[in-house]
Design a protein around this ligand. Structure first.
Ligand code: NAD
Length: 254
């Protein structure tokens, strides 16, 4: 579905971002990988993507830094001659009781999960307009754009902000032929959930709340990202697709 397309996936050294990179490459895209630093994980992904016959490059950039994000988009567009798909995947969470949240922690979460995404999309939209090219944006939101998560207030408002950003931009960017949607993963087995995965009791509790009875796999998320990035979703914009095994709207028997 992505022959001759170029996709930038932020925060793609590991976890969901890496799975998205591999999935889009498998379907034909050339890939711009991104992360704080280039290491053996990036090297391995580049080899895997090149083994599929696609091109791949890793561009280091801190997504919480607006100037770095703008530079990243510009460089990504020059690397393989175009930029067609932007997957805003980089994100983080910091657990803290509300009474103890510091301004620094708040800024780290908001700047990475929302501010960097906001200005990344702005730069991508400027590029699409200048080049008269269509564009697709997929934001990695979370079920917590919808449901609460005690002790993660900043994370929840960052993803809640992404929800409204996507709803707004679907309208503002439609005249430029740019589609934008959110994917909202539930509990996915990635390094972000390391503590949970190591705690059997807590893990059982989480899985009990998931109607499908299991954690999600990174491939479950990547498949939906690929759908939204593709022309199969040509008439889809401003939506959130939940990839959560039924978690968000589940009913608990009393
Ligand atoms: P992860 O921690 O495995 O991967 C996140 C990646 O983003 C890491 O490689 C990290 O280095 C990178 N990153 C973080 N801050 C960055 C920055 N400032 N600049 C550049 N790169 C940065 O986590 P994951 O589970 O793969 O999460 C990916 C996305 O999915 C995040 O936005 C997260 O909020 C979202 N999400 C994950 C889950 C889940 O259960 N795993 C659930 C809902 C939403």
């Amino acid at each position: 579905r992505f022959k001759d397309k170029v996709a930038l996936i932020t925060g793609s050294s590991q976890g969901i971002g890496a799975a998205c990179a591999l999935r889009l490459a498998k379907e034909g895209a050339n890939i711009i990988l991104n992360g704080h630093k280039f290491d053996e994980r990036g090297e391995k992904l580049i080899s895997e993507i090149e083994a599929m016959g696609r091109k791949a490059k890793f561009i280091t950039a801190d997504i919480s830094d607006v100037n770095a994000v703008i530079k990243l988009i510009k460089e990504a567009a020059l690397t393989f001659g175009s930029l067609d798909i932007l997957v805003n995947n980089a994100g983080l969470e910091i657990k803290s009781d509300f009474l103890k949240v510091t301004e620094k922690d708040y800024d780290t979460v908001m700047d990475t999960n929302l501010k960097g995404v906001f200005f990344g999309i702005q730069e991508f939209a400027k590029y699409c307009k200048r080049k008269k090219r269509n564009g697709v944006v997929v934001n990695m939101s979370s079920v917590h754009e919808e449901i609460i998560f005690p002790h993660f207030a900043a994370y929840c408002i960052s993803k809640g902000g992404l929800k409204m950003l996507t709803r707004n931009l679907a309208t503002e960017l439609a005249p430029l032929n740019i589609r934008i949607n959110n994917v909202a993963p539930g509990a996915i087995a990635t390094p972000i959930n390391q503590a949970l995965l190591a705690d059997k009791k807590q893990l059982q509790k989480v899985v009990r709340n998931i109607p499908m009875g299991r954690m999600g796999k990174v491939e479950d998320v990547a498949g939906v990202v690929a759908f939204l990035a593709s022309d199969d979703a040509a008439y889809v914009t401003g939506s959130t697709y939940f990839v959560d095994g039924g978690l968000t709207y589940h009913y608990e028997e009393q």
